[in-house]
Design a binder for this molecule. Structure first.
Ligand SMILES: [Zn+2]
Ligand SMILES: [Zn+2]
Length: 310
């Protein structure tokens, strides 16, 4: 016995299938059935074909407009006084938290716990940098509230990774310094705990400076300070080789940019891929990394003429 079943589609949906350019999820289930009372004369029984309900998916995030190629002396790479002010305020709030931790630790003669809290803060800052980087790399667009500028900046970074090495210090750090100021300042005002202040100081400081660590990961060994190269080699800072893998196909790994200590675990266990699947099936939103490598992800390298123009 064999059965062939096909789902009937509403005429409007059939029309849509032939005219729409929106992505359609199709799933087919194939199985076969044969009687046991009588030998089947047909050695290749017809297959049962089930066409499940067709589900329309949300389109992928809108592609960002192709920004103009930055120049070596592009004003957008320079620091402004506003950038410097935000970095100064971020550093101040971090140092106040650190000073409070040390003062409280000295008063209570308790050193091991605040130091341990600082180490935990450093390790978790790497994880936080990876989650944040994954989120803005894959979701939203230039018009997304709050994060739009960062999303656009990271897309530009994928296309022209070398620009981060030309970006001035405060220009590179000011966005995260602003976030750190707003979060750490209230904690500084109300908290006098050596452990909490130690954790907050190291974690927030590491997150604020993650963009500097990221810039160093794009540097060449001969041009970086020897201490930075040593810290990269020891795994204290994200290494150049580890981060360069982020800028190569399949563009969906090595998101952490503080120490990179979480990258192997997250990639080996496909944590971000699992989160992407959950978001896809729950919300119907596709991450950008599922797209074929497009011009957004294709790196344009620094040209010889630009290098010689330095
Ligand atoms: Zn990225
Ligand atoms: Zn990078």
């Amino acid at each position: 016995m064999s059965i062939l079943t096909q789902a009937k589609l509403h005429p409007s949906l059939q029309h849509q299938l032939h005219t729409s350019h929106s992505p359609i999820l199709r799933t087919a289930v194939h199985c076969s059935a044969a009687t046991t009372t009588k030998p089947n004369p047909n050695p290749n029984p017809k297959k049962l074909v089930l066409e499940p309900p067709i589900r329309r998916l949300e389109p992928p995030p809108p592609l960002l407009p192709n920004p103009t190629r930055p120049q070596l002396n592009d004003p957008s790479l320079l620091s402004t006084w506003s950038h410097r002010a935000w970095v100064a305020s971020g550093c101040t709030t971090v140092l106040v938290s650190l000073a409070k931790s040390i003062t409280c630790a000295a008063n209570s003669h308790m050193w091991a716990e605040p130091i341990l809290a600082g180490l935990v803060g450093y390790v978790l800052a790497d994880l936080g940098s990876g989650v944040y980087h994954w989120g803005i790399d894959n979701y939203g667009g230039a018009s997304t509230p709050i994060f739009g500028a960062q999303i656009e900046a990271f897309q530009g970074h994928h296309k022209w990774p070398w620009t981060i090495t030309r970006r001035e210090f405060a220009n590179n750090l000011h966005a995260l310094a602003r976030v750190v100021t707003f979060i750490v300042l209230p904690i500084d005002l109300v908290c006098d705990d050596p452990i909490v202040n130690g954790f907050v100081a190291v974690c927030s400081g590491s997150i604020m400076f993650s963009q500097q660590f990221h810039a160093w990961a794009h540097g060449t060994k001969s041009r970086l300070p020897p201490l930075v190269v040593a810290l990269q080699d020891f795994g204290v800072l994200v290494s150049r080789s580890q981060h360069s893998a982020h800028h190569r196909e399949p563009y969906n790994n090595n998101y952490c940019i503080v120490s990179g200590v979480w990258n192997e675990f997250l990639d080996k266990h496909k944590v971000f891929e699992a989160l992407e699947m959950i978001l896809f099936f729950k919300q119907g939103v596709r991450p950008r990394s599922w797209s074929e490598p497009s011009s957004e992800w294709t790196e344009e390298t620094e040209t010889t003429s630009q290098l010689t123009a330095q």
